[in-house]
Design a binder for this molecule. Sequence first.
Ligand code: SF4
Length: 437
Amino acid sequence: MLPIVGSAGTAERSGPDAAADAAGGPVRRPVTGKRVYIPPMAYGSARAFAAAFRAIGLDAEPTPPSDNRTRELGARYTSGEECYPAKVTVGDFMRLLERPGVDPERVALFMPTAQGPCRFGQYAPYLRHILDTNGYKAVEILSPSSKNAYDGLGELAKPFVRTGWRALLCADLLQKLLLIYRPYEERRGDTEAVYEEALGDLCHTLESTPVEPGAQLRALRDSIVRGRDRFRKLAKRRGEELPLIGIVGEIFCRLNTFSNENLVRALEEYGAEAWLSDIVEWIWYTNSEHFRKLKLQGQMLSLEALGAWVRNKVQKRDEHFLLAPLADDFRGREEPDIYEILECARPYLPREGAFGEMVLNVGKAVFLARKGAAGIIDISPFTCMNGIVCEAVYPRVSRDMGGIPIRNFYFDGTQSDLDRDLGVYMELARSYQKRRG
Ligand code: SF4
């Protein structure tokens, strides 16, 4: 699940969309006088996304950090059939609402809407049902998308879509810096401290810069450069090349450290460097799906196709501009183009026959194996179809990639032997790396 800034309802999840902005739509009442709460799929992205809301003049912040009460309330207000991200999100929202002094009249919960087979499509209506039946009718759910003309955002939709996209992109870049630098830090905690400073700088830049596109983009690049320079000043342990472990999986569970028990950090404790699939990968995928479907419908010469093409072009340009100062830091860790991932997946799960994260996970696993990863970990919520399909395909991928260890880790809030399992897994990864030479 995720707040997404991609194409117009072409993939199983969707969200604010620039093409529809261009097409216009009924002007709705902006969600003013309320505080918008963002579910913290990824810690940095949620903070940056909240700053994007503040940039357009709305009050917003991530929900407070998850804890055991999150699980308790998630279990209490769901039936047991829902996927783990739903439980965590509902638990966080209900925990927020039970806080003393929180006025339901002044709360808007951000929960994007979606289409397709994934259960995420049911989250927003389901949350509405939970709120209504538990005395929280006054709480608003904000589910802006191109399908509902950005209900709740009114004329703020266009700057929000652009700012939200840039916020997610920049947050991904900072997270990548964190994962590249942290495993090699000389003093424990230094990298996270630097990451916090860089993220604070990014959020401040987002909310204090006018949303005029050119000025905003330049200010964000300056912020990324300041962040980069902070990371570059960190003292590094020398002469050590740690095994690289690719992390793929369901987007919420792999990025939400509460849900996955901070698996990446635990992996680093075992002496690994992680390459974690980011949020923006999903945005490129939804864009590519949009084009694929337009082609299938014979609509490549339509206004919709033109809007999609312009949006993709603008997003690519933004990415290129913001990535440029990080070329040296990301050397050898460059993210592939989405079409490269899809081609990597083709022998196992061709995109025309399979859909969504399972295609991306298998494709990225192949890509990472070719890039020299010593192993791949797939993080999925227990019972999620994506993880189950991938698990069935991975033995073949592993065979084709010289026996690279690929392992699924499932989470439902009851994991107990993660540390032991990671220790065993890292032995496999190290022996694969030695064998490979
Ligand atoms: S856990 Fe699976 S079903 Fe649930 S939102 Fe994620 S991808 Fe969809």
